[in-house]
Design a protein around this ligand. Structure first.
Ligand code: AMP
Ligand code: ZN
Length: 472
């Protein structure tokens, strides 16, 4: 079996081959834990999880690593806002703990297991020493230089040796561009191309959030260097087989990751996979745009919102932009409900000569055509006798079936009260009927009177009588 994947670096769909036999080193740029993740971020992680599952389906052993950015401009700013100008790394840790825990809950809700069997999270604040060493090596090799406010990476030096800066964006990335002096902030645009910060010396806005170092000066790492170091630490210097992230990370983050890493270890990454954005009203969903939804927002609309959202993302290839609407989410939830009903309630005897498994695999291995695989799965799931295959397909796409709602058991005493109440209502003794409704309520049940619509103008009580159900 072989899986074909689009590689951002070669701009082609390639047959994927891991460097180490049957094992795949998979790395995903994780969240900046300064706030709750939005569902655009979650699209990115669902894509990486589908990739992980597809690789396993193809027989590979996957080691999946994700960094947790708990040291950067945004986490420091928020910690200083919360703890004041004397905030320390301990308080930064405390502040980001909360969002890291919340993030793991969100992942579980979209069926991305967070146990160490499945994924290894590495926090930046746990790797400061390794980051410092890496920066010192870059200085020693001449790729980095010190200034009054920190340590910067020299694009010019890199370019002279490697000649491929920006290759992930395009082969002629640097053509016609001036490399500016220096940029200290973590995020910047292609037009602001400059030597970027590896280490930032502490300044007033950082409070007391800094790490001591004689050679580098007291300070903290920039954003990009963390991923170069964590890839190396995680895989022991072996190449990362696949590195994932959203397309907004191609520049500057991943471009800079490549430049920082290659002078120290090469090959760094063999295959780059990027997901396209989730949009709202045609615009990228982003905290800075204020046009975002969190999983909690979706959960207010419906139960099992996480699974419905995962299902929705499977309907669009990861390399295509996807516009989010609540209506689309509701439709996805119905699709998921139908699948679950087919699986549990309406099995037909299997009589097809279609090879569903081949069709499913072909679509999945075709650059993760999840919509195609889902279609095949949909056709198979209603049959009796192929349940193990259906369950394997569900697991490969990360779909958890919804449990069909069971009819609630109504205890005899509640039923008796309800019957009595009906008699009172029949003889129009509404006060007595209402008293009984209250008694039923106190027992934890509600009575909903049903109606029969005869025509638009005539609505009367349904002959089937009222519905009794437990209170939520
Ligand atoms: P951040 O926490 O901002 O570093 O983002 C975490 C991940 O989410 C990165 O891989 C981003 O590229 C990705 N991402 C951010 N916004 C979106 C979006 N609207 N749609 C899909 N992925 C996104
Ligand atoms: Zn990263």
């Amino acid at each position: 079996m072989s899986i074909r994947l689009f590689n951002t670096l070669s701009r082609e769909i390639e047959e994927f081959k891991p460097s180490g036999g049957n094992s795949v080193n998979l790395y995903t740029c994780g969240p900046t834990v300064y706030d709750t993740a939005h569902i655009g971020n979650l699209r990115s992680y669902i894509f990486a999880d589908v990739l992980r599952r597809a690789l396993q389906y193809n027989g590979y052993k996957v080691r999946w690593v994700m960094n947790i950015t708990d040291v950067d401009d945004k986490t420091i700013k928020r910690s200083v806002e919360q703890y004041g100008s004397k905030a320390t790394p301990k308080e930064l840790r405390e502040y980001t703990d909360k969002y890291f825990e919340e993030f793991k809950k969100d992942l579980e809700a979209v069926n991305i297991p967070t146990d160490s069997e499945n994924i290894t999270f590495i926090r930046v604040s746990d790797k400061i020493e390794e980051i410092k060493d890496f920066i010192k090596k870059l200085i020693k090799l001449g790729y980095a230089y010190k200034t009054g406010d920190g340590v910067y990476f020299s694009i010019e030096t890199y370019q002279k040796k490697f000649g491929d800066y920006g290759g992930l964006v395009g082969p002629d990335f640097l053509e016609g561009k001036e490399v500016g002096a220096r940029v200290k902030v973590d995020e910047y645009k292609k037009e602001d191309l400059s030597d970027f910060a590896l280490w930032k010396k502490q300044d007033e806005s950082d409070g007391n959030i800094f790490w001591e170092d004689e050679e580098l000066g007291n300070g903290r790492p920039g954003w990009h260097i963390e991923c170069s170091v964590i890839n190396k630490v995680a895989f022991g210097g072996a190449p990362t087989d696949i590195h994932t992230g959203g397309v907004d990370l191609i520049f500057p983050h991943h471009t800079n990751e490549i430049a920082q890493s290659q002078p120290i270890y090469k090959p760094f990454v063999n295959h780059w996979s990027h997901n396209e954005h989730l949009l709202v009203d045609g615009k990228k969903m982003a905290k800075s745009e204020g046009n975002f939804y969190t999983l909690k927002d979706l959960e207010k609309e419906m139960p099992d919102a996480g699974m419905a959202f995962r299902y929705l993302t499977l309907l669009t290839n990861y390399r295509k932009q996807m516009n989010f609407t609540m209506t689309a989410l509701k439709a996805a939830k119905s699709g998921l409900e139908s699948l679950s009903n087919y699986r549990f309630n309406e099995p037909f005897q299997y009589v097809s000569d279609t090879n569903y498994e081949d069709a499913f695999r072909e679509d999945l291995n075709d650059n993760l055509n999840t919509a195609g695989s889902l279609g095949v799965f949909y056709m198979l799931v209603g049959y009796k006798g192929v349940e193990p295959l259906a369950d394997k397909m569900a697991d490969t796409l990360g779909i958890k079936f919804l449990t069909p709602e069971k009819e609630a058991e109504i205890p005899p005493n509640v039923k008796e009260l309800a019957d009595e109440r009906e008699k009172y209502r029949g003889s129009k003794q509404f006060v007595k009927a209402d008293e009984l409704r209250k008694e039923i309520d106190a027992l934890g049940f509600i009575v909903e009177d049903t109606v029969k619509v005869e025509s638009v103008v005539k609505i009367e009580e349904s002959p089937e009588g009222p519905i009794i159900k437990p209170k939520k």
